[in-house]
Design a binder for this molecule. Structure first.
Ligand code: FES
Length: 261
């Protein structure tokens, strides 16, 4: 693996930067012994525990659920806890880890996600229920559930957001993560505000700002497709009033059994 004479060591290069004391970022190298099943996050823990306690990164669940360990590994945004270290070692025995791009660095691999969460709140990510809430349950068809499935497994890690070149130029753009959430709510037959949502995301910073570069699809560690969701929202925004009327009609029948063909 490494060129230090041992096949079992990997050179992990971490971008170090403390804006309060450093003039610019630098790469610092650490030698980590490769163990079976080791992830990039395991390597970071090893470094922090045994080499340098000042290395700073976020993590929580270690199982690809919380999204907090998203970072840039060998030039690709992904989750450190789901990335096997051995798969990332280049021909020189090195792995390079940087913070997510386009976001201000707080320290080392920790970025300031303020704009990410501001844009998320901007699309009102909560469900707006109809007035006639069924006494027992909402009844949805398998097709309606399937349409939501393509968006509901998002873990809000920020990998798509910080791979988006539009975000790199313009932080006013709502961004793929929030538009995917808007898609989830607009397509949900239980939601009573699809017209308002479609009007909001059709503005200057919304769906028409997307350049369809597909970086968000490549970056998503859950295999989701924000670009397709944005495309669907564009089409629905063009027939917003018709869609709103269809939703009102659909919500008259939310408590009725669905016939499965
Ligand atoms: S630590 Fe939670 S997704 Fe990696």
């Amino acid at each position: 693996m490494s060129q230090n004479g041992s096949n079992n060591f990997v050179t992990v290069r971490i971008q170090r930067y403390n804006p309060e004391v450093d003039k610019k970022p630098r790469l610092q190298e650490y030698q980590v012994k490769l163990k079976a099943g080791m992830t990039v996050l395991d390597a970071l823990h090893e470094i922090k525990t045994h080499h340098d306690g000042s290395v700073t990164f976020r993590r929580s669940c270690r199982h690809g659920i919380c999204g907090s360990c998203a970072m840039n590994i060998n030039g690709r945004n992904t989750l450190a806890c789901e990335t096997p270290l051995k798969d990332e070692v280049d021909s020189r025995g090195r792995v390079t880890i940087r913070p997510l791009p386009y976001l201000p660095v707080i320290k080392d691999l920790v970025v300031d996600r303020t704009t990410f969460w501001e844009q998320y709140l901007r699309v009102k990510p909560w469900l707006v229920p109809p007035d006639n809430i069924p006494e027992k349950e909402f009844r949805m068809s398998p097709e309606e559930v399937e349409a939501l499935h393509s968006a509901e497994t998002c873990i809000m890690c920020g990998a798509c957001y910080s791979s988006c070149t539009v975000i790199g130029l313009n932080k006013r753009y709502i961004g793929p993560h929030a538009l995917l959430k808007a898609f989830l709510r607009v397509l949900d037959p239980r939601d009573a505000a699809p017209g308002e949502r479609l009007a909001d995301i059709a503005g200057a910073d919304g769906v028409y700002r997307c350049h369809t570069v597909f970086n968000c699809i490549d970056a998503c560690p859950k295999g989701l497709n924000p670009t397709q969701a944005i495309e669907t929202l564009r089409k629905l925004a063009q027939k917003r009033q018709k869609f709103e009327a269809a939703r009102r009609e659909r919500q008259q029948h939310l408590s009725e059994p669905i016939s499965v063909k």
